[in-house]
Design a protein around this ligand. Structure first.
Ligand code: ZN
Length: 237
């Protein structure tokens, strides 16, 4: 009888210890998952020397600063024909094009930035769920093979690191005609955040993972356009 009592007590003690351990196992698992998410989606900022306003001021191109940014982009992503960038990288940027899906739409981008864009989408789906943050894109633009800039600048679309979302709803108020006539560009009192249909939550999600929002560019105010200006070496594969 005494032996049975001792065995039951031991069993009860074991169960209590196990139950006490369970929450810490669960929280350890949570920490591990969080750590993994951080590692898979490292938070990073655009590199200042790659931001357009650091080499174009009031429409004037600073050739030295521009060349530095161009060289970096060519070395990291490949060359673009017709600009003499082959000396930095023999490989064409477009040979690294890949088609991904972003928010259920197909998009062609450089394969190096695909994981960063996945992190953006994950953050949007996780955080931008309130009514004011909900947004359903209808048209995306990514890789391009012809330049849209004039005056020596090369669009980041040619390197496959830029994305446009719904140009009709997110205008480029500082671009050439007919853009400035877009109703959202007409009001002089509106902030740039009021000139775009994109929710702030979406802009924040892009900026969290190394994308620069060209809506911030003081000349262009190109609200449809995001470009990856972070360090591609920091992107987890
Ligand atoms: Zn664009």
């Amino acid at each position: 009888m005494q032996r049975l009592f001792r065995a039951t007590s031991l069993l009860l003690l074991a169960c209590t210890v196990l139950l006490a351990l369970l929450p810490s196992v669960a929280s350890a698992e949570r920490v591990r998952t969080k750590k993994h998410a951080r590692k898979a989606c490292p938070v990073q900022s655009p590199q200042p020397f790659l931001i357009r306003s650091s080499f174009v001021k009031h429409g004037a191109l600073n050739a030295v600063a521009h060349d530095k940014a161009l060289r970096y982009r060519a070395e990291q992503y490949g060359n673009v024909e017709g600009f003499g960038l082959e000396r930095y990288n023999k490989e064409k940027a477009y040979s690294n094009a890949t088609t991904v899906r972003f928010m259920d739409l197909p998009l062609q981008i450089h394969k190096k930035i695909a994981p960063a864009l996945r992190c953006v989408e994950r953050a949007i789906r996780r955080s931008c769920t309130s009514a004011k943050d909900r947004y359903v894109p209808r048209a995306l633009g990514g890789f391009r093979t012809s330049n849209t800039y004039r005056g020596g600048e090369i669009s980041n679309h040619l390197f496959g690191i830029a994305i446009d979302i719904d140009p009709d709803r997110n205008p480029c108020c500082g671009c050439v005609s007919p853009w400035p006539n877009h109703p959202a560009c007409r009001s002089s009192s509106a902030t740039v955040f009021e000139r775009t249909a994109l929710p702030r939550c979406w802009i924040d999600a892009f900026e969290r993972y190394g994308f620069y929002w060209l809506g911030r560019d003081p000349d262009l105010r190109d609200t449809m356009h995001f470009e990856f200006l972070g360090d591609p070496q920091l992107i987890a594969p």
